[in-house]
Structures are given as C-alpha cells and as structure tokens.
Ligand binder design. Structure first.
Ligand SMILES: Nc1ncnc2c1ncn2[C@@H]1O[C@H](COP(=O)(O)OP(=O)(O)OP(=O)(O)O)[C@@H](O)[C@H]1O
Ligand SMILES: [Mg+2]
Length: 364
C-alpha cells in the first residue's frame, strides 16, 4: 500500500563541480534495521543491519567467509552467531549495561564496526581516494555512543562527522526552516524542528515507540487472536510491512499460520489496525510539544510543513491520522517522503558536500 498524500520532496544532490576526484564523499544512514549509503560517485546501496560470524570450523568451511552481512547473515542464521548491533538506534552497549555484559557489548561493538566498514566498502572507492563521511544517528544518541560510532568509522573513513538522522533527512530535502521532520525507523522515532539554524536539544525528541515496538505489539495481539498457532516475530514484521494501515476501513487482512503443522487462516484486520495505531499517540504528544514550545509567530508555518520519513512512514493512512491530530492545534499538513530508504543517506551526503574542505582537513 502507498500513501497518496505525498509531496514531491525529491532529494536533490548538489552539483559536484568543485569536488576533486581524489575525494569520495559518503553519506551513511546507520539504522537499527537497515544501513544505507549514498556516495559522490553515484553509488547507492543498502544492507539489513545484521552481522553474522561462523559458529565453528564446520560453518567456517561451509560459508568460506569470516563475516556475513544483511540477508546473507540471516539466511545462514543456523551457522552463524547473528548480531543486530543497533538497538533503539544506537550501538547495543550503553551506560546502563552493568557487569556481566562486557562480552556482549564488545561483540556488538565489533559487529557495528564491521557493519560500518561493509557499508563503506559498498561505495567502491578507488584506492587513492580519501573518504569523507557524514553518518546520521538518532537525535538523542548519547555522547558515548556517538564516540563509539566515530571510532568505528575512523578505521575506514579519513574524516567523519555525526549528525542527527532527522536533520540529515531535512537537509537533503532543503527543508532548513519552518519544518518538522519525523523519521520513523525500527528502533526510534526521531522528531526534529527545523528553524533555520542548527537544531539543538530543545528542537529534537526521540521516542522508542517505533517499528520494533510495533512488531512486539502486533505479536502479542496475534497471540490472542491466533491462539495455538505458530509464528515468529520476523513473520509478524513481514506481515506488518505488507499490510500496515491505520484507516477506519480496509480490505480484510488474512494470514495463514500452522496449528500443529496444519495451516489455518486468520483474519487479523482489526489487530493490524489497532497495533499500528499504537505508534500514533506518543508521536502526537511529541509533535504538540515541539510545536507548542516554538515561537508563536512561526507555529502556523511549522504545522503546515510536517514531513514523515523512515520505513514507518509507509503505514497506510498515517499522514492523514497525524493531520487529524493537528486539527486540535489549528490544523496543518503532513507530507510523506518519497524515498524512505535513501532520504537519510542522501541528506548526509549533501551535508558532506556542503562542508568546507578545510573543515574536513581539520577533522582528519
Ligand atoms: N510498509 C511498511 N509499513 C510499516 N512499517 C514498515 C513498512 N516498511 C518498513 N517498515 C518498518 O520500518 C522500519 C525500518 O525503517 P528504517 O529503515 O527507516 O529504520 P532504521 O533506519 O533501520 O531504524 P532507526 O532509524 O530506528 O535506527 C522497520 O521497523 C520496518 O519493519
Ligand atoms: Mg533510520
């Protein structure tokens, strides 16, 4: 299903006339579920944020590789130790991780490092080129996490800058002022108010009621509805990505799950609607907070320029549902980004282009 209310917000890449051939610029959207890269040589590539290491000598012999990425890692999950190194948008080792989690934290950090290296390798730089990169990460990622991302990226980039995910989306679409960008990812929903200057903490809100949260919510709703049947979280996510909607009416959604090995059909229309709707209230609350605390003279403009991005922006009817919530504040317009997969990476690339070369040199 696709949202009808979309504005032609095509990311326009800047003219590359002044770029020396000796430099490759890359923009990376380091996401919980997928990592995408856009490069100044025209390469665009995306990979599921999964890293797998062969479990033992047998799997090593079978796979003929030391590390696997994306769907290849998932496909071989029985032969590899599988890591999804980012959670809630950040590398899965946090200040709260106490003792006993050191190994896990180290492994996630290593997997994140390999994932960033892999993403950069997809850009196919030439050996003599220096690589300057901008990496988008959640608006409220901790200092420790940003530091870890920078350190991991330094191994493959000559210079690296971190920016907030919704900011890179907005920058790529030239929405530098009077706009509210909402990036609905797997781990986080990031909201960012664009005010014609660099956004600060008061302009950004990060929520964890995003795609992963939805998957768990739908999983428990399906448990009740389809009791006795067998299904996995991964199957629920696939169903969500195919049928998600929040409108009043819809075609019936029917799924087939086995019960004791026998396939059985269930109608999950109401569960999908109810589950998907669960991400709306926290988002509406955050929108109200960001609009309500903005300069009153600019609130109307902000309300009429709300842009929804990220994989979750594809939930059918979401834009309209958010518009309805804005009515309480005097009405507004919500638009959906055209290219959810690359909006963040394209924006990060544009920031990389626009940064003065002296700054890149200094950051080396
Ligand atoms: N059609 C769809 N309907 C609803 N959700 C979808 C759809 N397509 C993808 N998604 C969900 O969007 C999320 C992935 O979006 P995206 O690639 O923007 O996230 P990410 O950048 O990896 O995560 P984050 O920004 O939180 O780190 C997943 O939860 C995925 O299931
Ligand atoms: Mg994202």
């Amino acid at each position: 299903m696709s949202e009808s209310n979309s504005k032609p917000h095509e990311a326009s890449l800047p003219e590359n006339s002044g770029t020396p051939d000796s430099v490759l610029y890359v923009g990376i959207d380091l996401g919980t579920s997928r990592t995408s890269i856009s490069a100044s040589n025209g390469v665009r590539s995306t990979v599921a944020s999964l890293v797998g290491y062969p479990k033992d000598i047998v799997s090593r012999k079978l796979l003929q590789k030391d590390v696997l990425f994306g769907t290849e890692a998932l496909r071989n999950r029985l032969s590899v130790n599988l890591y999804r190194p980012l959670e809630k948008g950040v590398i899965k080792f946090s200040e709260e991780d106490g003792e006993g989690h050191e190994d896990e934290a180290r492994n996630n950090l290593q997997a994140a490092r390999h994932l960033i290296q892999h993403a950069v390798s997809l850009a196919r730089s030439r050996p003599e080129q220096v690589i300057y990169g901008v990496i988008g990460c959640p608006a409220q990622a901790s200092i420790k996490n940003k530091q870890a991302i920078i350190e991991a990226a330094r191994e493959v980039l000559d210079s690296v800058v971190i920016c907030s995910e919704p900011f890179s989306v907005a920058y790529g679409l030239d929405l530098l002022t009077d706009a509210l960008v909402i990036d609905i990812g797997a781990g986080t929903v990031d909201l960012c108010r664009m005010k014609g200057a660099m956004p600060d903490d008061t302009d950004q809100i990060t929520l964890t009621t995003a795609g992963d949260f939805l998957d768990h919510k739908l999983f428990s709703l399906f448990r009740e509805k389809c009791s006795g049947s067998q299904f996995t979280l991964n199957m629920v996510r696939e169903i969500k990505e195919k049928f998600s909607f929040v409108t009043q009416s819809s075609e019936p959604v029917k799924v087939t799950f086995p019960i004791n090995g026998r396939p059985r059909e269930f109608d999950v229309t109401d569960e999908i609607r109810e589950g998907c709707k669960a991400i709306i209230p926290p988002m509406v609350d955050a929108i109200h907070r960001l609009i309500g605390s903005f300069d009153p003279e600019f609130q109307t403009k902000l309300r009429s320029n709300v842009l929804v991005a990220g994989g979750g922006s594809q939930i059918f009817g979401l834009g309209r549902a958010l518009e309805e919530s804005l009515e309480e504040l005097g009405g507004g317009s919500v638009f959906t980004v055209e290219e959810p997969t690359y909006a963040g990476a394209n924006g990060a690339l544009k920031i990389a282009y626009d940064m003065p070369s002296e700054t890149w040199e200094q950051l080396k």
